[in-house]
Ligand binder design. Sequence first.
Ligand SMILES: [Ca+2]
Length: 411
Amino acid sequence: MKNHILICLASCFILATSCKNKNSETTTPTPETITPVTSVETDPPNSTYQPSFVGQTRISAVKTTSSFRFTILTSSLTSPWGIAALPDGKFLITEKAGNMRVVTTSGQIGAPLQGIPAVNSNGQGGLLGLCIDPAFATSRMVYWSFSESRPDGNLLAIAKGRISANETSMENVTVIYRATPAYSGTNQYGSRVIFDKTGNLLVSSGDRSDPGIREQAQALNSSIGKIIRITTDGQPAPGNPFIGQPDARPEIYSSGHRNQHGLAIHPVTGDLWEGELGPRGGDEINIIRPGANYGWPVITYGIDYSGKPIGNAVQQQNGMEQPVYYWDPVVSPSGMTFYRGNRIPEWENNLFIAALSGQHIVRLVITDNRVTGEERLLVSEGQRFRDIIQGIDNALYSITDQGRLYRIDKE
Ligand SMILES: [Ca+2]
């Protein structure tokens, strides 16, 4: 009922605004004031919260005009979580239960690589994100995130290894980083790992979900709910914002995060963009600045799954960053990538996001660090999209919880 009233109020306001403009002798109504903005989202929001700026949510829908097609390369993966493109065109794919496999462009799935350390795949844990070394062609090094059982609980860990020449095993595997403290729960570890342009690793470390631990997203002496920036040996990366600050961990790059499944570097600006699963109605896209606080669980556009507000039901606070974009209701943004291919020119520098509960691929058009259009792709497939990358052939590749690998390219 509350939502209906709100919609009515909004309509009355638009009507009043356009009437006022029509009656004015000096103002001609602009299309924006008389045409309701059509968003891809048509369901009512979960909260009554208002955005901080126009276009922060429910931006106008856009539609790809170029012909494109998608093909299913395989449907036989088992809960794939992360995908990386190898220089020879093949893919390296993690599966939640703990396997890493090489998959060919024709969809042939290799046996699990030997030598991957055990994961705790309970809850949302498992073998998670991965990336390859920028110098992979010579180094053959791979980096990945996973949930690890420790004597004092479970934690997010980052490992590295060298894939053998015959691609059957991971050699010299080392755990280079552990996001402490460990915790007994098994939810919301994050986690992706990508290279930045300085050759260091950016890691998303989730808030571990439960009240009592998630508050540590605000604590600079904890790795919970942070983006971490480390060298390939797991040490704090040079230039990190909290180096030398007492009671702050030098590996922290940004704070106040919930469950960040998406990390991608903007191809033009070089900025780090991040996607984060929120509570009910609080999924976010953020531009990450070193040392900044992204607010969780103090500020959020979502409400708790119980229906209660989070904290003091605050959406904006000084010293805390606003998301560039948010979704209410949620789409559950997981892996994401910027399209840098030229095969579909209108997609260039757009952000593509694998959506889990949304069961589609999000396309966001971005202008001057603001989202200016949204599209939902592959809606009819009914898949929980988990990760998306660009292959070396400039097509997009996406994996789904149901076990599919899609190739998306121009017609
Ligand atoms: Ca936030």
